[in-house]
Design a protein around this ligand. Sequence first.
Ligand code: PLP
Length: 387
Amino acid sequence: MIEQRVAAIKEKSPAVELINLGIGDISLPLAPLIAQAICQAAEEMTSPAGRHGYGPHEGFPFLREAIAEVEYPHLGIEPDEIFISEGINRDIVQIHELFHPHARIAIPDPTYPAYFDTLAMAGKGPRIERLACTATSHYLPEPCQHHFDLIYLCFPNNPTGVGMSRNQLANWVSYAHAHQAVLLCDRAYKAFTTSPDVPLSIYEIEGAAECAIEFCSFSKSAGFTGLRCGYTVVPNALHGRCGRRRVSLRSLWDRRQATQTNGVSYPIQRGALAALSSEGLRQTRAQVATYLQTAKILREGLERLGYTCAGGLDSPYIWWRIDPASSWEFFDRLLEECHLVCVPGRGFGALGEGHVRLSAFTTPDVANRALERIAFSMASLTEMPDR
Ligand code: PLP
């Protein structure tokens, strides 16, 4: 729907310069060190000694070991608990297959829409309850009183941009222990975390290894959206039940992956390894810093104009409150009057209404120009009809 509306305005006014703050994709070029490592690995494969056919379904040891060392120092996560994938989207939308078809599932509202959509496609819609994340709860879900088996937690969140503090995560870990539930933690934006109280991993919380699976991606942290690489951590300590039998979820996931994937290509895993080297981290962190600087400009600029926003501190997304407007109506106004593209909050769940998401996957200069346009059109933007 967004693409159609954007295409319509381009057709109506071809000379117009649109600013796209709707993109959930990286905008900076690939870090040179990663490109070199990928090219070198492909070159290596041209010699008989460097031949690589199918790789291990769980990922090459060199990458699993580097992730354990760089991403989980002192957290006790071992390489055999880390499963390399071609980005985490597929893992996070398919993980429910390990669990009973009648498992009760909780999903924050608003959040990344792929969880709900794939579960609904799998016929599990009636098993899902939405956890309200509204301005009143600072866009965070409160642990609830009744029982769920699986809880999706996407923090720092897409779209609200809000991170979850140590205490809040600890509450969820306690809930999971009390209910024998499993937390499915989407950490696609963990590289953007800046608040000292927002943990980089759920495993920083005591007891999390017995109740949480963590999904991490190189997509946004190292510019891999077009290369595809991520990883899922399923700790050895995590067990489910099949009748009276305790079942290792790590073994189940390993078995499933052995059947359903033939691994991620060798050059891409070499590129991911380069991203974890000290020079790779320096290059990719500089990119993340640029996105965060842009997020700060957007958020502070909107606040200076008198608007209310969340996010932008631990994530590249700004959650702009436009109460009481319909988010699609606001989207249309922003497009027509400012030639600015955003994402209507309604696309992330019913409680996304009254908000739009702006993305900082652009440059500070573009963000400043977007703010100038918003400031210029402010009077008409804020005169939204009540509903
Ligand atoms: N999870 C969230 C919250 C996302 O926003 C995205 C992509 O935008 C993904 C997962 C997908 O990540 P990947 O590119 O690793 O498949």
